[in-house]
Design a protein around this ligand. Structure first.
Ligand code: NDP
Length: 284
């Protein structure tokens, strides 16, 4: 049977509509959530991500500001900007678009963001709280993946989830969140031997490798929920996922497309974190 294609774009749209209502209510109480995005350099992919974030803010009524700095900006200059944003009460969330130019330490910059304004969820304090299961800002892509799985109506508890990829921004945190949702989790990576043996046992398969089309029908258990996180530009200029969509759609029960699957959820979770930040900072 053909899989149900999980339209992340539609799910994201529904969540954004809920957020727009919440923002309108906050505005009536004199609170306008504010997000500031800092972009250093002129990487085209980063520019496009930043545009998507500004557009998302506009859609739900969040006040967004974009600070553009050229690639020669020093670490000291960037840290000074973050300090000002930390102190600015109109700024509820701060996001520094990664990657940064090589001469700037990403960890120094992430650690400079006040944890209360860390809407990307990358600060070590946010990560530590996530590991401990404390309330915190969850990183946007993993959080979006969990929401997407839930909105398919899939019960995560008790399922065997297999995650391919162990990066700090996707694989590692999504594995942890799945475990906190009471799945039994297996993490695979580039040194995993006989990958197929693991993936074929997955009720939920999350693929985040950045390797175009590496997962085919042979990797997937019939009826599995397959979440394709990968975004890869192939020679033709087309964007494709890590999963062979045309093959896997005939095996899986649910499958996310690329584009239009996980991507729109990532920005939506950022908007959600910003609204939560505004609420908390206003003591609501
Ligand atoms: P990384 O390159 O940081 O991590 C890739 C992971 O995949 C690593 O853990 C690596 O293993 C593993 N891996 C690579 N090749 C294989 C293989 N052949 N078999 C098994 N495991 C393998 O990537 P990210 O986690 O940052 O991103 C993954 C993908 O998700 C990318 O395509 C990225 O563009 C996309 N992405 C999409 C987002 C969205 O919003 N849609 C947001 C963030 C990322 P090892 O650790 O051993 O090297």
């Amino acid at each position: 049977m053909a899989a149900i294609i999980v339209q992340g774009k539609e799910v994201a749209q529904n969540i954004r509509a809920e957020l727009a209502n919440e923002v309108a209510e906050l505005k009536e109480q004199g609170i306008t959530p504010g997000l500031t995005v800092v972009l250093v350099g002129d990487d085209p992919a980063s520019q496009s991500y930043v545009r998507g974030k500004s557009k998302g803010c506009e859609e739900v009524g969040i006040a967004s500001e974009l600070i553009l700095k050229d690639a020669s900006t020093t670490e000291e200059e960037l840290l000074a900007i973050i300090q000002q944003l930390n102190e600015n009460p109109n700024v509820n969330g701060i996001l520094v678009q990664l990657p940064l130019p090589k001469h700037i330490s990403e960890s120094a910059v992430i650690e400079a963001i006040h944890p209360d304004k860390d809407v990307d969820g990358f600060h070590p304090i946010s990560v530590g709280n996530m590991v401990l299961g404390n309330e915190t800002f969850l990183p946007c892509t993993p959080h979006g993946i969990i929401e997407l799985i839930k909105r398919t109506g899939t019960e995560i508890a008790g399922k065997h989830a297999v995650v391919i990829g162990r990066s700090n921004i996707v694989g590692k945190p999504v594995s942890l969140l799945l475990q906190q949702e009471n799945a039994t989790v297996t993490m695979c990576h580039s040194r995993t031997q006989n990958l197929e043996e693991f993936t074929r046992k997955a009720d939920i398969l999350v693929v985040a490798t950045g390797r175009a089309h590496m997962v085919g029908a042979e990797h997937v258990k019939p009826g599995a929920v397959v979440i394709d996180v990968g975004v890869n530009r192939i020679e033709t200029g087309k964007l494709v996922g890590d999963v062979k969509f045309d093959e896997v759609k005939d095996v899986a029960s649910f499958l996310t497309p690329v584009p239009g699957g996980v991507g729109p959820m990532t920005i939506t979770m950022l908007l959600k974190n910003t609204v939560v930040a505004a609420r908390k900072q206003a003591g609501r």
